[in-house]
Design a protein around this ligand. Sequence first.
Ligand SMILES: CC(=O)SCCNC(=O)CCNC(=O)[C@H](O)C(C)(C)COP(=O)(O)OP(=O)(O)OC[C@H]1O[C@@H](n2cnc3c(N)ncnc32)[C@H](O)[C@@H]1OP(=O)(O)O
Ligand SMILES: N[C@@H](CCO)C(=O)O
Length: 351
Amino acid sequence: MSTQTFTYTGKFELEAGRSLQGIEIGYTTYGTLNKNRDNVVWVCHALTANSDVFEWWKGLFGHQDHFNPDDYFIICANVLGSPYGTTSPLSNNPATGQPYFLAFPEFTIRDIVKGHQLLANHLGIDHIEILLGGSLGGQQALEWSILEPERIKNLILIATNASHSPWGIAFNESQRLAISADRTFFAGSADGGSKGLKAARSIALLSYRNYKTYGITQQEDGDDIPGTFKAASYQNYQGEKLVNRFNAYSYWYLSKAMDSHNVGRGRHGVDKALSLIKARTLVIGIKSDVLFPVEEQQYLFRHIPKSAFAELDSFYGHDGFLIETEDLTKVITSFLKTDVKGKIIELQKIA
Ligand SMILES: CC(=O)SCCNC(=O)CCNC(=O)[C@H](O)C(C)(C)COP(=O)(O)OP(=O)(O)OC[C@H]1O[C@@H](n2cnc3c(N)ncnc32)[C@H](O)[C@@H]1OP(=O)(O)O
Ligand SMILES: N[C@@H](CCO)C(=O)O
């Protein structure tokens, strides 16, 4: 495993018109590029993860897992705006010598992908054997496969969509309302907006899980009225857990990037954009996902030319894409070893 930083010194033009004077991209690789240069697995991470895919996607990525460094050259780059090694609102603004905070320019999923493209060029990777991601990671993978259809051979999209839904945008806006209600967000310090971020994560959790998840994990035991309900304590705990490893500014900008996601923008619509994909594609949905409902993945399946579809059952809802690694391994292995174009891969039928 090797974690490094790539520095791009050119002007980084953003889709909305503003630019950054160069960017740094933190990335992690595992394994080595083989002689045929055909073993690259590129992972696009979701909202609050980082480039260390062996840390947050264990069971699918690891020395004993399907995606292992003996078989593959695995790359994961920290996304633009996220605080784990890539230029973000906490980076220094060269114009002021101070962190950007809210002076950071807004960016889109396409801008994030532009960063990945620069890194791939820098690493001399012109062929990606497998590109994959879930949620915001899937949005990047989808964008990339439309921007550069020839570069990507296999595409795996999990719990994601073609354009972010009004429902998803409403969740993100509610989280931003929570952050901006914390006046420290406007004070310009690295921990600004922490209380707001805690509330935002608590709201987000409701969309990452569902009624049943809470009913099973946070059910009270006895008849007494508890001082603190388990579900309440869980919301507080999860909010604090994120505050301890993230910041409100990155969260704010990344949630806006997610809202911007629309592969059809400037391409004569979503259907036309999806028809441009050349990669063999596996689309995976999670039955209990209330944030990116399965209809969104079925839509991708119907409109991406060479695609297969699988539906997973998870007790966790949307976050199931990070947790159900055994089932993910089964459907991905099945997809990679057979010609499953236009097929529905049924988990119970996989030997
Ligand atoms: C290893 C790492 O640090 S990975 C960190 C990087 N994170 C990422 O990359 C983002 C992607 N990952 C995630 O979003 C999450 O980690 C997930 C979805 C994969 C898993 O979520 P988790 O929070 O671990 O799972 P879950 O919802 O079951 O919550 C378990 C935690 O809540 C705590 N908890 C459960 N019920 C309660 C309660 N009633 N009150 C207080 N705490 C509670 C548990 O003790 C446990 O704490 P821990 O995380 O300190 O071990
Ligand atoms: N739980 C994920 C977000 C859901 O896609 C994360 O924190 O990155």
